[in-house]
Ligand binder design. Sequence first.
Ligand code: UDP
Length: 402
Amino acid sequence: MKKTSTRSRARRRAAPAPAPGTFCVVGAGVFGAVVAERIATKLGAKVLVLEKRKDAGGNSRSFFDPATGIECHEHGSHIFHTKDAAVWDYVRRFAAFTPYRHKVMLTSRGRVFGMPINLKTINDWYGAAWSPDEARRRIAAEIAREGISEPANLEEKAVSLVGRGLYECAIRDYTAKQWGRDPRELPESIIRRLPVRYDYVSDYFDTPWQGVPADGYGALFRNLLDRPGIELRTGVDFRDVRASLPAGTPVVYTGMPDELFDFRYGALEWRSLRFEWETVPVRDFQGTAVMNYGDASVPYTRIHEFKHYNPERADAFARPATVICREYPAAWKPGAEAYYPVNDAANQARFARYRALAAAVPGLRLGGRLGSYAYWDMDRAVAEALRLFDRLARGEPDPPAP
Ligand code: UDP
């Protein structure tokens, strides 16, 4: 992989145009890196990867903190987890994964609970010692009191899953902080990400395979992109160079579709985040990688403590210093990092119009979390990238929007 980083707009324009026959992938996050790897490896073609940021990795980028040696996830915790055997086989060609299994705790109402809600959370909340069946009966009675037959929003869905008490403790205020909206104004699909369990399984994810890359996310991305045929140019905005691409260059664009079309139909709305970093002179700040905060009075949603992702790195783990990061949800405005799509009807309709515009541009395909305006985990980004590559290799068009 040749890597070039250009600084000024003038130099960017002067960067050599790719040879005819080259594919262009815009964005070196998970989706873009996988598509680029597949094109280079399977088609033996050249791929120019253009990345706006200073490095590849997208939101899963990490860095090793020089003072403590701790690998920190720059955009908040990223744990690779999947149920998809093909995705798991694919990623493990580029990285070994640690056996880390994600656990999340929740501080709320002056107490600490396990998340997602399981039998321990239920028994802790009710101060009870219920068996699975007893807990089911008690929660079902709570839910029945609400009389919700068809949940129409996130609040109704959550209450119909766990009852009002646990909803208020674990979900209502966290969700309102995270999305900047009353949960009654949010789609129920968001809460379907969280399992509810009537056993003591405490894993956050219901996936058989999970872990973090043993040598860090940087190594995973180097192994994907560092191969003959791929040229990665960082610090390059596609809009500055697209005019210099040979006519007919196939483009896989993983950036924001509204930006690509100069916000013709208005901006797609996102939710953003702000991270506040701190190195604390203690060995262990909170005893776990992620502590959620369920109270409205605490302005952040969670604290990440990154050393817990890598207990096998004994030196950094034992050192009396730890890097933490408080995650504050933030309103999004053009130019801010776009983290979560606001998937309401108006935004979905706007996205459909951008998708139609893109479909009319020969050789252009949209993909990735930004390009698909989708709330995906990393494994979904890999799966979708592999699917897009298959269509590309067969010369098939992308399917119409669902
Ligand atoms: N959620 C919650 N309480 C929590 C954790 C999550 O209510 O302690 C809700 C919240 O609405 C959030 C959704 O569950 O948007 C999905 O959470 P997840 O942890 O999957 O979000 P991510 O890690 O992608 O930010």
